[in-house]
Design a protein around this ligand. Structure first.
Ligand SMILES: C[S@@+](CC[C@H](N)C(=O)[O-])C[C@H]1O[C@@H](n2cnc3c(N)ncnc32)[C@H](O)[C@@H]1O
Length: 208
């Protein structure tokens, strides 16, 4: 929480206010599968909750950083924004058509990841969907920093990162049926890194 509070306090809306290329891709799938009500864990300062809510989705976001939530409430007045850790879900009795989670899952350690997926499963309707994007093993930063768990490194203090191979990501979602998975190249330009490209792995699954 401290890491993200500092990051948002120092850099503000780091990734801009437009949705990521990944979110635009998920949006196409959400239209195709007639999704209306979305949960967005790790909502940050609200660029994705805003994008989906202005496209008339019923959106709830969860975010651990107070600074993130306070920026999000200014950017996005339509979504329901909850301050808290995704590891303490559920925060409501709602059941969602889909869960969209952009670049949060790789920040969790193994036991936390397993528990989080279970919590997501429980908040989805039958035949509901999950779209997650995560850092892949093809990221330039793979292997940098102190190894904490298998394929998990802490290159910045208090920010472990797990790098997913395809097999690893599929294993995490063994309880779902996989619709598609792949790599999306996400270009960013911020801070000390300047222009750089992430090779994100995404997965789109259905609860059976
Ligand atoms: C890489 S950022 C992505 C933010 C947002 N999805 C976006 O793309 O604009 C990861 C976000 O997850 C949040 N986060 C990290 N751990 C969390 C947790 N346990 N519960 C809720 N949010 C968390 C961070 O505060 C941060 O806002």
């Amino acid at each position: 929480m401290e890491y993200w509070n500092n990051r948002f306090s120092e850099k503000g809306k780091i990734w801009g206010t437009e949705p990521s290329k990944t979110a635009l891709y998920a949006f196409k799938l959400f239209i195709e599968y007639d999704i209306k009500k979305i949960l967005i864990p790790g909502a940050g300062y609200g660029r994705h909750t805003k994008f989906f809510s202005i496209h008339n989705y019923d959106v709830t976001g969860i975010e651990i950083s107070e600074k993130g939530i306070s920026l999000a409430k200014k950017l996005d007045s339509k979504s329901n924004l909850i301050l808290g850790s995704v590891l303490d879900m559920p925060f409501d009795d709602e059941i969602y058509d889909a869960i969209f989670c952009y670049n949060l899952f790789h920040l969790l350690l193994e036991k936390q990841r397993i528990s989080f997926i279970e919590k997501c499963y429980n908040q989805l309707r039958n035949a509901g969907f999950i779209f997650f994007s995560v850092f892949s093993e093809q990221e330039e930063s793979f292997g940098r920093g102190t190894k904490i768990e298998e394929n998990t490194f802490e290159s910045k203090p208090y920010r472990p990162t797990h790098y997913f191979t395809e097999e690893d990501l599929l294993q995490h979602f063994y309880a779902f049926s996989v619709i598609e998975t792949g790599i999306i190249e996400e270009k960013e330009n911020h801070g000390e890194l300047g222009p750089h490209t992430h090779r994100l792995r995404y997965i789109f699954v259905k609860k059976e």
